[in-house]
Ligand binder design. Structure first.
Ligand SMILES: [Zn+2]
Length: 389
């Protein structure tokens, strides 16, 4: 790969013909159309937060350097930004009055309202650009190793870079576009940030049956001109979840809906019962892990570990142990109520407290509470055999 340092670009040069696409939230072109600011493998513009974008402008006004920029030279007459897209989009947006900075008196100032000498300072600032020429593979390999203005690319952003092409472009237009009207609905099931590729990543993870399969899937479909399969699968998962569960609770966002769909979508459920169960568990103070409620119900209420139900505390266990042991000594029977009813030698065995576990007399699943009145101590063998807390 060949690189050449070009020291003479001014902000005026780069910003000439600057276009910003508000709908997709990205800078498009500069250098009078010669420079593509956001090639398809680049991340979306994320500096528009009134802090990082403003910091770029304040640096220019103070004469601080903006750091190095890297442009790729795909053809003799075109350039694309490899590194520096966030900074370029920031000053491009400022010069076209898309956001304001605060002046020394704390007043908001747009570029067109700045004093002429300040405007000139901004426009005449120069930036240091490395122009690189290399094969697509070289450029992308190299791109993987650099940080974009201090924010490392996340996994999916890297995959987008490595597998750029029509498939990734279409996927991002659908799943990385915060203007997509479906995002609000999807957000009930998917968490993370649309523009950091979290939704696109989920869609790929679900259709490829696991995060570890995304790279392979993207490679196989790289030159597809559509994302039909991804979209269809994603919608199937969302539609399935929303058809089963009437109430949308915040804990549902970010669950592994793809895996749940794969495991349970052919199972039939009584919707009234299912939704009543969700409500009951959601309001149950003994359920410590609410995020486990949906999978617990989908799985037929068999895996109590998902709910992390509150257990008896030590003082309750100790008091119950003392009470049962006293009674057992008096009557010459075992202090485990199930051993006592048996016919083995343990019929009269007095267990130590560390050989016993607390158990719900009325099981928690049958509305038995985790209170002292509903506590009994069983020997470990019997408690395990009973299985239901
Ligand atoms: Zn026992």
């Amino acid at each position: 790969m060949k690189t050449e340092l070009i020291p003479t670009y001014t902000i005026r040069d780069i910003s000439e013909g600057f276009e910003y696409n508000a709908l997709e939230g990205k800078g498009l072109y500069g250098l009078a159309g010669k420079l593509t600011i956001q090639p398809e493998y680049q991340r979306n513009y994320i500096y528009a937060d009134g802090k990082r974008d403003v910091a770029v402008i304040m640096s220019l006004l103070k004469g601080y350097p903006l750091g190095l920029f890297y442009f790729n030279k795909p053809t003799k007459d075109t350039l694309e930004v490899l590194d520096g897209q966030q900074r370029i989009t920031s000053f491009g947006r400022f010069i076209t009055d898309k956001f304001a900075i605060k002046d020394e008196n704390g007043m908001e100032q747009y570029f067109s309202g700045l004093a002429k000498d300040k405007q000139e300072i901004v426009l005449n600032s120069t930036i240091l650009v490395y122009e690189c020429e290399g094969t697509e593979t070289e450029i992308k390999e190299w791109f993987k190793t650099i940080n974009t203005a201090g924010i490392p690319l996340n996994d999916q952003e890297l995959l987008n870079a490595v597998y750029s092409g029509p498939f990734t472009t279409k996927g991002r237009a659908e799943f990385s576009n915060s203007q997509n009207a479906n995002v609000a609905k999807w957000g009930a099931y998917v968490n993370g940030a649309v523009i950091r590729q979290d939704y696109w990543e989920r869609a790929l993870e679900w259709v490829s049956k696991g995060k570890g399969n995304i790279a392979g899937y993207m490679s196989m479909h790289r030159y597809d001109d559509n994302i039909r399969e991804v979209k269809e699968y994603f919608n199937n998962v969302i539609d399935w979840a929303s058809s089963l569960f009437k109430d949308v609770e915040k804990e549902m966002s970010g669950l592994e809906w793809g895996r749940l769909y794969e495991t349970y979508h052919s199972k039939k459920y009584d919707l009234n019962e299912l939704n009543a169960d969700v409500q009951a568990l959601y309001g149950d103070g003994y359920v410590k892990n609410r995020r486990g409620i949906w999978e617990y119900l989908l799985g037929g209420k068999s895996d109590m570990n998902l709910l992390d139900v509150r257990v008896f505390d030590e003082p309750t266990k100790k008091a119950t142990y003392v009470r049962q042991t006293k009674e057992a000594t008096r009557t010459g029977t075992s202090n485990c109520s199930l051993c006592r009813e048996g016919h083995q030698s343990s019929k009269t065995k007095i267990w130590r407290i560390d050989e016993m576990d607390a158990d719900h007399v009325t099981p928690w699943s049958k509305k038995g509470s985790t209170s002292p009145e509903n506590c009994q101590m069983l020997c470990k063998t019997h408690n395990r055999a009973k299985g239901n807390r």
